[in-house]
Design a protein around this ligand. Structure first.
Ligand SMILES: CCCCC/C=C/C(=O)SCCNC(=O)CCNC(=O)[C@H](O)C(C)(C)COP(=O)(O)OP(=O)(O)OC[C@H]1O[C@@H](n2cnc3c(N)ncnc32)[C@H](O)[C@@H]1OP(=O)(O)O
Ligand SMILES: NC(=O)C1=CN([C@@H]2O[C@H](COP(=O)(O)OP(=O)(O)OC[C@H]3O[C@@H](n4cnc5c(N)ncnc54)[C@H](OP(=O)(O)O)[C@@H]3O)[C@@H](O)[C@H]2O)C=CC1
Length: 279
């Protein structure tokens, strides 16, 4: 679909690039000629992913351990990256979520979602943006959001809040940083099954038929999201700024994706909490 060298000469950092959609985007970016840095908390997972990409595709891929909830850790990562070479693109992909009745969330539970999804994303954006501006370099920030930014979403309220805040960041910085050569864009994916998302959002027994209720009758394929991301960070999308592209097969036009959970009984929620306590 794209020219082989669409992303040649671009150095890209993907937060949470060791697994799921982050790893899928990384693979596609390397296929299209980019140099890649992936970060996350689990160094072994990151190194395995990086090694697989290098051996399959032969590109330049490195892995850095970083907990994006910690601003000092983010700064140290960016300093280390910049010592080798500046990045051209930041992909804000790392995030956390789980389903819960909101009234049962402890403050610590709310922070467990808000800290990486909102604060960590802000720290990474600030750390990359301030370095680009100081060096008068161009840059692109692509954030992976959610259709909860449009519909809201019951039972994943901290995630919906954080993603909506990052959408506000995307629109605001488009205006503030656009004149400095930095584009900010976003994708709102629908359901793209990954181990992380299924583990947190789809406990056994939850709405087995959800995918067939999508207007297109299926979930998203990782390659589809990776292709959209490749386009949005490429120079071909150089006039797209401050926009969020929805990629969900039309699902949010029908439902926020939490309607089945509205039917759950207190006993089902109790069972969910008990399973969490046992794990
Ligand atoms: C159409 C679909 C749209 C979907 C939109 C978004 C999707 C996604 O974001 S998918 C990405 C999913 N991937 C992840 O979440 C990966 C990252 N996950 C994590 O880092 C962790 O799983 C965690 C932070 C979410 C939870 O980590 P854990 O180590 O279990 O948490 P702590 O022990 O630090 O606990 C902190 C605090 O949170 C409470 N808690 C944790 N899990 C739950 C839960 N499932 N339900 C309720 N509460 C939970 C935990 O009990 C602690 O609170 P206190 O007990 O008050 O100390
Ligand atoms: N899959 C889906 O259907 C959808 C996904 N999304 C979004 O797509 C993105 C990727 O999700 P997905 O691939 O499904 O899930 P994953 O769980 O595979 O991805 C989350 C990644 O974030 C990393 N991460 C989490 N917390 C931190 C932290 N504190 N510091 C650094 N890295 C962290 C994790 O690595 P580690 O644990 O090693 O730190 C992991 O690699 C997320 O933003 C998610 O909200 C949005 C809508 C739907």
């Amino acid at each position: 679909m794209f020219e082989k060298g669409l992303l040649a000469g671009k150095r890209i950092l993907i937060t949470g690039g060791g697994s799921g959609l982050g790893a899928a985007m990384g693979r596609r970016f390397v296929e299209l000629g980019a140099e890649l840095v992936i970060c996350g908390r689990r160094l072994e997972l990151l190194e395995d992913t990086a090694e697989k990409l290098r051996s399959d595709l032969g590109g330049k891929v490195s892995a850095v351990q970083c907990d994006i909830r910690d601003g000092a850790d983010v700064d140290a990562m960016m300093d280390a990256i910049w010592r080798e070479a500046p990045i051209d693109v930041l992909i804000n992909n790392a995030a956390a979520t789980f389903i819960a009745q909101t009234e049962h969330l402890s403050f610590r539970a709310a922070d467990a979602i808000l800290a990486p999804t909102l604060h960590g994303t802000m720290y990474c954006t600030l750390a990359a943006g301030s370095r680009w501006i100081e060096a008068r370099r161009k840059g692109v920030v692509l954030s992976i959001l959610s259709t909860s930014t449009i519909t809201g979403r019951a039972f994943t309220v901290p995630s919906a809040m954080a993603k909506s805040a990052v959408l506000a960041m995307t629109k605001s910085l488009a205006v503030e940083w656009g004149p400095k050569g930095i584009r900010t864009v976003a994708i709102a994916p629908g359901a793209f099954p990954t181990a992380g998302a299924s583990g947190q959002l789809r406990p056994e027994g939850r709405d087995e038929n959800w995918a067939s209720r999508n207007p297109l009758g299926r979930p998203g394929e990782h390659r589809e999201l990776a292709d959209l991301a490749s386009f949005l960070i490429s120079d071909s999308a150089g006039y797209i700024n401050g926009e969020m592209v929805v990629q969900d097969g039309g699902a949010h036009l029908r439902s926020s994706g939490a309607e089945d959970l509205l039917q759950w009984t207190d006993a089902q929620w109790e069972k969910q909490r008990a399973a969490r306590a046992r794990s």
